[in-house]
Design a protein around this ligand. Sequence first.
Ligand SMILES: [Fe+2]
Length: 356
Amino acid sequence: MLDTLNRPATAPATPGEPLAGPPAALNAANHWVPHNIVMRDTWFPLAHATSVGNKPVRRAVYSHSYFLWREHGKAVASEFHPGETPGIASALTGGTGRFPVIEHYGYVWGWFGNPAAADPIHLPSLPFLPPNTSLPSHMIGTVRFDCSAPISLENLIDLTHADFLHANIVGDEQSESENVEVFFDTETITMVRTCTGKSVAPVMKFFSGIRQPTQNIRQVIRIYLRSHAAIAYGRFSPGDDVPLFHPCVPETRDRTRLDYAMNTSHAGFMFRHIMPKASYLVSRQDSSMTSPQSPRYMRDTKRRDLHSRFDTAGQRYRLLMQDLVARQAIGDFAYRDNVSADCSDIIGLRKELFRF
Ligand SMILES: [Fe+2]
């Protein structure tokens, strides 16, 4: 099984004539097929901890089954349903049938890759989630996307889409000023967008009691590349913080599971209860864009996947993912940057609101 995963993606990114002229990096960014991205040696947030009890539940990563349940209260992850005769265990479990598993931030995380390399140090930093307990049920939920996980994340990190697609929830495109910055290392990419005098988010107009017409916002998207997991953290002033954990687990190469968690404990009653559930509405709006997009990568076309200078974050995301894939293809699975280091300062977390 690992042999198959180790193989580099050989399918041409977009069938047709090769591009001549543009820099190699841009060529690679334009010619990628998100379905060919398979990441190894990483933790995936497979389930909310509260969803895992004594009865097994099934999850999947790249079509590999993960059965989750608890033994004496401790979460386990197996390749096989405990009630069935086990098959031959794969290299993903070192022949034991059991995946490395860890419970943290209210999630059960399963390791995908070489089990000997599993280490809590590779768990993404999520500083707005309580490390050892679960959020109440109204702050968590599950949605699915009929698209490849990198498409969902690429859509997310281009935050300007929200002004158009989610205008009825987070506000329209009108603002006095807008600035976008992008930071990255070999394992993460972070996009920070600041706007002044932006139309107030309707959800805050109605549920946080914001009366003035505009607000200043600071929105951060931080993606942990290997885990396909993102932080979406918005600070609205006046207004409430919106700290969302947005994992995109690749159940298959073209289907994504999002067990989200939004910690609104600091906010007033209405916003605290309603905002996390707005994810169901928001995700349908996203899905209306990304689900038709996904199968287009399978079609034979000479059309190029073009971009503009406003797509810096998305382009960088593609290049970083391709760098990781290229390294893994030659057997290099080492982490060059630490994903578990506290990212509070990077995302500009208002720490006083999230003390655990
Ligand atoms: Fe969206």
